[in-house]
Design a protein around this ligand. Structure first.
Ligand code: HPA
Length: 271
């Protein structure tokens, strides 16, 4: 049995009759959404065989399974990042575990810096596409053909139809939702101003340290992905803000209620 199947088997035994088809990954400072999940069952990552621990402040490190917006969901409260030193495939593991228990749609969120002056802190951005210039990829290594193909089509990685529904949900809630390209930077340092200028030339609208490996893993195993960046700052060099994780958490918590309304309304509308 592969690693994700072993973990999925334990998780499936804890679902208490729930069959979530929607997975949610909660970014820095956005974990509060898990408190909106009704009839919640929590399963710490530490109870699942092979599952690495989340080591970052603001990332609890557990699955929360229950009901949100009238649908059964499984949320990852706390995620893994490449800068924590996990081996390539580890970042794919939680995504594959969710797939193995039946998840078909993955909602990914993150805190991010903005490369556009008009999309300042407090903005929400639907991710339309990404740039992976990190040299890192969770699919490097032997391919498990039972999970997905060796070569993965990423031309509709952030599903167009789901994104259209996300915009509808935002409009219905009166929430302004930007759209743009997310560039992945492994961190753990924030980018330099020169790197931000380079990313802008390459076509990035926002930058952050997550989401891309999870998106790649999800598309590989046949999930549909929708993703939102919570903008916590203008990217390095655009203003005089000193970037820090504390600043990211403080800013993402400020917009968390709006973010939660958007996610709940989107999920309720999935029908
Ligand atoms: N860069 C990378 N990651 C981030 C940023 C940023 O400016 N803001 C929040 N997460």
């Amino acid at each position: 049995m592969s690693e994700h199947e072993a973990a999925a088997q334990v998780l499936a035994g804890r679902l208490g009759g729930l069959r979530p088809r929607i997975g949610i990954i909660l970014g820095s400072g956005l974990g509060g959404l898990a408190e909106r999940i009704a009839d919640a069952v929590t399963v710490p990552f530490s109870e699942l065989p092979g599952m690495p621990r989340s080591t970052v402040a603001g990332h609890v490190g557990q699955f929360v399974i229950g009901r949100l917006g009238g649908r059964e969901v499984i949320a990852m409260q706390g995620r893994l990042h490449s800068y924590e030193g996990h081996p390539y495939p580890a970042l794919a593991l939680p995504v594959r575990v969710m797939r193995a228990i039946g998840v078909e749609t993955l909602f990914i969120s993150n805190a991010a810096g903005s490369l556009k002056a008009e999309m300042g802190p407090g903005s929400l951005m639907a991710i339309s596409d990404h740039l992976n210039w990190s040299g890192f990829n969770p699919l490097i290594g032997a391919n498990d053909d039972a999970v997905g193909p060796r070569f993965v089509d990423m031309s509709n990685a952030y599903d167009r139809d789901l994104r259209a529904r996300l915009h509808e949900a935002a409009a219905a809630e009166g929430i302004k939702l930007h759209e743009g390209v997310y560039a992945w930077y492994t961190g753990p340092n924030f980018e330099t101003p020169a790197e931000i200028r380079a990313f802008r030339i390459l076509g990035a609208d926002a930058v952050g340290m997550s989401t891309v490996p999870e998106c790649i893993a999800a598309v590989h195993c046949g999930m549909r992905v929708v993703a939102v960046s919570a903008i916590t700052n203008l990217a390095a060099g655009m203003d005089r803000t000193t970037l820090s994780h504390e600043h990211t958490l403080a800013e993402s918590r400020k917009l968390a209620t709006r973010f939660e309304r958007l996610v709940e309304s989107f999920i309720a509308g999935l029908g």
